[in-house]
Design a protein around this ligand. Structure first.
Ligand code: TXA
Ligand code: MG
Length: 317
């Protein structure tokens, strides 16, 4: 499927393409998505093809309101309802028992469906104008760094998709936090753009189960993921190779003994939200630069620092 790809802000064009079964790059507050009609298995297949994503890795269904969620979910546990009321729209994805109208291809045969309401004006306008929800994984080739600008999507999917809806640089910068429910327990399967602390303030203590395997049931958990082409070392600055040209990703302070020109501070003011917002663009830029190897420091493991550490760890795996 060869396409001449364009970038623009035309919701009508995006709508028309989606209504005819095409896939389109769309903005959200977390990362850009590669969207198609979630109720149309042919459109969903095109998403998997464009991303070269294995069919065992299920997709998130995007809709425009909490009221819509109950169309696609068979039941909504009390704690899910509380979280949805507090954090939707926002960087929260809930795993809920699915209704049969959601194709098995979307959920990879699981009996749950992942649903979220993105907090982005263009995405919400688009979803409100469609009479179907959008299945959308992050709009990167499988395994690579997620895109945080329309240009990132274009750079990797030009010729493969017809249109990228440009909603500017994403404001959160890491993918949504994925939460499931078992009995009265709340389980976080992917740490992301909604801090665990914020979730716990609403529903109390949660379990964090971001297990790592090569074919997991909850595959945000794929061990190697979000990865640049260059080797990435994460965490321990005492082991830096001295014979290589290193580019450093740091938080708010430069590492000693390495020229500042080789270092990128994700937030000079020490703001973890700002650091998360800048993370993927920095990884991409360094991946396209002339360093041999990327080294990233460990971030404080709180707030969005948890998602940053998770992505860096998987990028280095
Ligand atoms: O912020 C986000 O969530 C972005 C934007 C575009 O919305 N989307 C995103 O999608 O990150 P993707 O496909 O890159 O990651 C979705 C994750 C995958 O790891 C998938 O395995 C998991 O959600 N997932 C989807 N449905 C699931 C289900 N029913 N049970 C368990 N995990 C599921
Ligand atoms: Mg992804």
């Amino acid at each position: 499927m060869a396409h001449s790809t364009t970038i623009g802000t035309d919701i009508q064009q995006a709508k028309q393409l989606l209504a005819t079964g095409q896939v389109v790059g769309i903005p959200t507050e977390t990362v850009y998505g590669l969207a198609g009609n979630a109720l149309d298995p042919d459109a969903v297949l095109k998403i998997f093809e464009a991303k070269q994503r294995p069919h065992f890795d299920p997709l998130i269904v995007h809709t425009h309101s909490i009221a819509e969620v109950s169309k696609y979910a068979a039941e909504i546990p009390a704690k899910a309802q509380l979280l949805m009321e507090r954090f939707m729209p926002g960087p929260l994805t809930v795993l809920l028992k699915k209704q049969s109208m959601i194709p098995d291809l979307v959920t990879s045969g699981l009996d749950t469906v992942a649903i979220r309401v993105p907090q982005h004006p263009l995405a919400l306008q688009l979803l409100q104008q469609l009479d179907f929800p959008l299945a959308a994984p992050s709009a990167n080739p499988f395994g690579y760094i997620s895109p945080t600008t329309a240009q990132h999507v274009y750079d990797q999917l030009q010729g493969i998709i017809p249109y990228v809806l440009d909603g500017g640089a994403t404001t959160v910068g890491v993918e949504s936090t994925i939460v499931g429910f078992e009995g009265d327990d709340v389980i976080v399967y992917r740490v992301g753009g909604l801090a665990v602390e914020e979730i716990e303030a609403v529903v109390g203590k949660v379990h964090i189960n971001t297990n790592e395997s090569s074919n997991p049931k909850t595959p945000g958990a794929l061990k190697s993921h979000y990865a640049p082409k260059k080797p990435l070392l994460f965490g321990d600055a005492t082991q830096l190779p001295t014979d290589k040209n290193i580019a450093v990703i740091a938080f708010d302070t430069y590492l000693a003994d390495i020229p500042h020109t080789q270092q990128t501070l994700l937030s000079p003011s020490g703001d973890l939200n700002e650091a998360a917002k800048n993370l993927f663009a920095a990884m991409r830029e360094l991946d396209n630069g002339d360093a041999d190897i990327i080294f990233a420091v460990r971030f404080p493991n709180e707030g969005l620092g948890r998602a940053i550490n998770d992505r860096l760890k998987r990028a280095g795996a």
